[in-house]
Design a protein around this ligand. Structure first.
Ligand SMILES: Cc1cc2nc3c(=O)[nH]c(=O)nc-3n(C[C@H](O)[C@H](O)[C@H](O)COP(=O)(O)OP(=O)(O)OC[C@H]3O[C@@H](n4cnc5c(N)ncnc54)[C@H](O)[C@@H]3O)c2cc1C
Length: 401
């Protein structure tokens, strides 16, 4: 059995482990006249208590690979459905349900959405998840889930996963998903692949093949988790297309309660939005500019085009590095993944790290003076020419309308 193991013969109940632990993962309990250290559910196996113990009474035991029989007892695909500040399910959850539906059908198993939300959340979240493909929604409404506290969510998901044994859990690679998923992985002692761009099933083994860029985006690495469960991955918003809602679909709803003993160590004093501008990740239309626009002085022209189209402005990484635009505008492997209906790419070469972020765009129009530019390989409409002249002409035409 994996976990934190305390040797009671050696433990002297000094409490140094408790003081060393940052996550409330160990406590002292009385047994008769003696005090002993004991792991709690909050343990994240960081090893601080092991280092702090003066008598070597604590160790972290790790499971070996699970047996084939044990692996076979895990079923179903789960998708964690994160909600936003207003309590609405984030688009990335629907995108994951769309992809997971195909994989679950191929695997012959069920698709389950996990919805943790505050008591005041909108009533239609469950229906929306079923319409997007979930066979079942496990919903927990509790005040402790109304703020995004990764520890509380991780403990909730872990207790469900231990009980119901999902084969796969997928998370959106949002800021919260990136905090939550590792917390679940470490508690369940399983693997996690971050920022996947492709999810497939290995036809021979049924394992989830989790593909993500590696070595600075120069190659794609396909990762599997053969000996531990659940298999877990995060996927950035915009990588998969959300399915069209099917209003005829029906699904089961399981309401579960949060363990009464589970307390949050985080107190949210105030919530400040990161910025007040709309996000490129959610934009329906995007004008994405690259180094080909020549200088920062061309930005007002590009913004004018974006405004006339009702679009957001995105950019390549060099523009962020040069300080022309803020990071929140960056599109690509280390920026946002985008999935607009229309993307106009202006003076962008189409490096692999940039293309990694625009795969979800429906229609791409690229403007570049180099007919061999790789961006043209990702575009349906190709304009070879000086991007300033082309954008000026476009702006004039749009203004004349
Ligand atoms: C680990 C790593 C992560 C990265 N992550 C990202 C990321 O998230 N997003 C990202 O964008 N990049 C990322 N990059 C950088 C990426 O490799 C490229 O360097 C970058 O995308 C190039 O930006 P660009 O197309 O603006 O510039 P360039 O590659 O310099 O291309 C400029 C293009 O403009 C064209 N051009 C020049 N003048 C004109 C003109 N007058 N009219 C029309 N066209 C013109 C040129 O022909 C050229 O094709 C990453 C790199 C690494 C190593």
């Amino acid at each position: 059995m994996s976990g934190l193991v305390v040797d009671r013969e050696l433990c002297i109940g000094c409490g140094r482990c408790v003081r060393a632990c940052a996550s409330g993962g160990i406590e002292l309990v009385w047994e008769g006249p003696r005090k002993f250290a004991q792991a709690t559910d909050a343990c994240v196996f960081c090893g601080s208590c092991v280092d702090a113990c003066p008598v070597d009474a604590i160790e972290i035991a790790k499971d070996g690979p699970a047996s084939a029989g044990d692996l076979a007892s895990y079923r179903d695909f789960w998708v964690f459905a994160q909600v936003d500040a207003a309590g609405h399910v984030l688009p990335v959850a629907f995108e994951l349900l769309g992809r997971a539906r195909t994989l679950a059908d191929a695997r012959g198993c069920r698709l389950v959405a996990l919805l943790g939300e505050g008591p005041a959340a909108p009533a239609d979240n469950v229906d929306a998840l079923i319409r997007a493909g979930a066979d079942e929604v496990i919903v927990c409404r509790d005040e402790r889930l109304s703020s995004l506290d990764a520890e509380v969510f991780a403990q909730w998901i872990c207790s469900l996963a231990r009980e119901r044994k999902p084969e796969v859990i997928l998370y959106g690679a949002t800021a919260f998903g990136r905090e939550l998923a590792p917390g679940v992985a470490v508690r369940l002692q399983t693997g996690l692949t971050a920022d996947c761009t492709v999810l497939e099933l290995d036809p021979a083994t049924g394992l989830l093949q989790q593909t993500r860029p590696a070595f600075g985006g120069n190659l794609m690495a396909t990762i599997v988790c053969p000996a531990h469960r659940p298999q877990m991955a995060t996927v950035r918003p915009g990588v998969f297309a959300a399915p069209a809602p099917d209003s005829e679909r029906i699904g089961a709803v399981s309401e579960v309660a949060l363990d009464a003993a589970l307390t949050s160590r985080v107190r949210v004093l105030e919530v400040e939005p990161a910025h007040d501008a709309a996000s490129v990740a959610d934009a329906e239309r995007l004008v994405v500019v690259g180094r080909g626009i020549g200088s920062k002085k061309s930005l007002p022209l590009m913004r004018k085009l974006a405004d006339l189209l009702g679009a957001e402005l995105g950019c390549t990484r060099p523009l962020v590095e040069a300080g022309w635009l803020e990071y929140r505008h960056q599109v690509g492997q280390t920026g946002a993944s985008v999935a607009p209906e229309l993307l106009i790419s202006v003076g962008v070469s189409g490096a692999i790290q940039h293309l990694a972020g625009i795969g979800g765009a429906k229609t791409v129009i690229a403007i570049n003076d180099d007919p061999e530019a790789p961006i043209f390989g990702a575009a349906q409409y190709k304009v070879v020419g000086d991007c300033i002249e082309v954008v000026q002409a476009l702006v004039e035409r749009l203004e004349a309308k």
